[in-house]
Ligand binder design. Sequence first.
Ligand code: BYC
Length: 310
Amino acid sequence: TEQQHLEAFEARIQRGEKIEAGDWMPDEYRRQLIRMISQHAHSEYVGMLPEGAWITRAPSLKRKMILIAKVQDEAGHGQYLYHAAETLGATREEMNDALLSGRAKYSSIFNYPSLTWADVGMIGWLVDGAAIKNQTMLAGCSYGPYSRAMVRICSEETFHHKQGKEMVIQYARGSEKQRQMAQDALNRWWWPSLMMLGPHDADSPNSGVLSRWGVKLKSNDEVRQEFINEHVPELLEAGLTIPDPDLHQDESGNWIHGPIDWNEFWNVVKGNGPLNKERLGARQKAHDEGAWVREAMQAYAERQLAQAAD
Ligand code: BYC
């Protein structure tokens, strides 16, 4: 019966076993995973836009090569993740349609503009830094294909994180103009990076079922605390000022942040952030311009099938 299946499924998760594609799973587990994994994939794709815009304006050949490699990695991450969601029965067409129609979300962070070259470094340091904290946790999640994708993605993002940190530290210790550029980038990216890790636990409707079924092994606030504890000392060490007058360390050593502007967060999540329309417009354009490729592939597949049938 359904109840016996559910008990066996939960017992497997308790034992730390991975759930694999063909295994029995509750519909809600499948639905939650498709939601989360497809949104994660969309974030990787939309996430190419803020940095990709700087490829032609990189200040040196070395930086340009690093940035091209990074943006290409994000496309690869999107591919693994779309495949992971496909193992649950979602199709590319459905997922893409959900993104373009605004039904599916993608990370709020990519709706902010990258105004200077220092933003490329700051995205690597903060955004990849936050993503790694969340994804290291997800690497231990109960769904096998998602957890394995996370292992590979995290190792690539560790390189992204390091190149960003190296770049920002160099600017923070460089000329006055470079230092100001790094500080300005931190001022604009700090709060959106904290928000990226999701609403406070009390306002996180999906967390309950996700933690019960071993998808989220830590809560949004726990991951945010880990991110802050790692990054605050390093940013201070680089000589930068964190744009939070209330930031302080408590007796246990945790860095405690001031109030987060959740109105801003929900506004961005609902599609009204600084660049939501541009970002979705760019994805729509790419989809339209790729129509001929899909048609050609379809025609090729049909011909192969017809030949095989002969
Ligand atoms: N942005 O119940 P909650 C990268 C939504 S890309 C937008 O806490 P959950 C990179 C949430 O979807 C890596 N929406 O949700 C790429 C939910 O709405 P729905 C990006 C957000 O899922 C290129 C509602 O708010 N990482 O690294 O339990 C260049 C309530 O929230 C956000 C991932 O995608 C947000 N920030 O927890 C550089 C990680 N936060 O869906 C770098 C995978 C929340 O019910 N995702 N919402 O309508 C996750 O781990 C989880 O989905 C979250 C949120 C922790 C983000």
